[in-house]
Design a protein around this ligand. Structure first.
Ligand code: OGA
Ligand code: MN
Length: 344
């Protein structure tokens, strides 16, 4: 095979992959795919954790780690390396209190406050540092068909990335399953780095430097939910975000997209809408999507800078699905990170 970045390490990486169903398949795939694939080099570091790819380069399971305990620096570094290599990490069989869940977030940066706290329309079931993504009301009963929180949360069924409607959007989300629906209620993830790489060069050039306006009220309006008070609109004004970005830790380019997008600066509304629809359709093609089928006590962590996700249907008036999210803020607004000036 022609010389490439990762070729020299294929054998050593494969040697440390434990033998299990599918290892042969992976060996073939890695070898055949050649030098352009990012290879999970962190497996060579010899840390305590185990990383099992679920897809070639997008999602992986992480074992031999107990997130309820303080992590040593080497394990934190190994998780970070896995996270920059993949974009979705699954930690099965974790048993976490809310404070242990939050402690894990803090290895990655400051945590966000849930927007439900800004909304102030309902009592919170969980502390404000946790986004309650469940279908459970503060009285611990399943929400009612007409409940406002239900209308709000149904927006999670649209492709999005977390908190892109905030000036400082989310870097990582950690969603933890305390109870799950027996059927349905999966979470789908789209790989926006692979989707960027698969764009034509002309399209890559076109979206580089474009800035879109994101607002939570755009995604809710897409679902026909427009019943917001002036106060709610005032506390979450639209914010500018780039449409394409570079992930500093690995140098990969990525599309940055969400159903929260309204207008794009410098384009007519019609041009903006068709561009956003085209990019959404492109990025969510099956080959870029990993579907996570939840097991009880999974913690799933994703990089909001280079993925989109959406919840899938389940019988939400019947089954309790108690999933709770802790979220790490990004370090700066995306325009600032990309060196793009926008009028305030
Ligand atoms: C989220 C989210 C989808 C789901 O937690 O940010 O969008 O499947 N969740 O619960
Ligand atoms: Mn989300």
């Amino acid at each position: 095979m022609a010389g490439g970045r990762w070729n020299a390490s294929y054998d050593s990486v494969l040697n440390v992959l434990p033998t299990y169903r599918g290892a042969e398949w992976r060996r073939l795939t890695l070898t055949r795919a050649g030098p352009i694939l990012p290879c999970p080099l962190h497996l060579e570091l010899g840390m305590g954790i185990s990383v099992y790819p679920v897809t070639l380069a997008f999602a992986a399971e992480v074992g031999d780690i107990d997130l309820s305990q303080p992590l040593d620096a080497a394990n934190v570094e190994a998780v970070k390396q896995a996270f920059w290599t993949y974009s979705v990490l699954v930690f099965p069989d974790q048993h976490l209190t809310v404070s242990q869940h939050l402690a894990f977030v803090r290895y990655f940066g400051p945590h966000e406050t849930t927007i439900a706290a800004y909304r102030g329309d309902e009592a919170l079931r969980l502390p404000a540092e946790i986004a309650d993504v469940s279908n459970i009301a503060p009285d611990e009963k399943i929400w009612g068909r007409e409940s406002r929180v239900r209308m709000y949360q149904l927006g999670n069924r649209l492709w999005h990335t977390d908190s892109s409607f905030k000036r400082l959007p989310a870097l990582a989300s950690m969603l933890y399953a305390r109870s799950i629906a027996p059927i349905g209620g999966h979470t789908e993830f789209a790989d926006c780095r692979a989707a960027y790489d698969a764009l034509s060069q002309a399209m890559q050039r076109r979206i580089t430097g474009l800035v879109a306006e994101h607002s939570i009220f755009n995604s809710r309006a897409r679902m026909g939910f427009t019943d917001f008070s002036d106060h709610e609109r005032r506390v979450l004004p639209p914010v500018p975000q780039v449409l394409a970005r570079t992930i500093p830790q690995n140098g990969r380019r990525s599309i940055y997209l969400a159903s929260h997008i309204g207008r794009i600066f410098g384009l007519s509304d019609a041009e903006a809408k068709s561009l956003v629809d085209e990019l959404l359709a492109h990025t969510t093609q099956r080959q870029f999507v990993y579907t996570h089928r939840w097991r009880l006590h999974d913690l799933v962590m994703w990089d909001n800078r280079c993925t989109m996700h959406r919840g899938t249907d389940f019988d939400d008036l019947r089954w309790r699905r108690d999933v709770q999210r802790a979220t790490v803020s990004d370090i700066a607004p995306t325009c600032e990170q990309e060196g793009i000036q926008v009028a305030a």
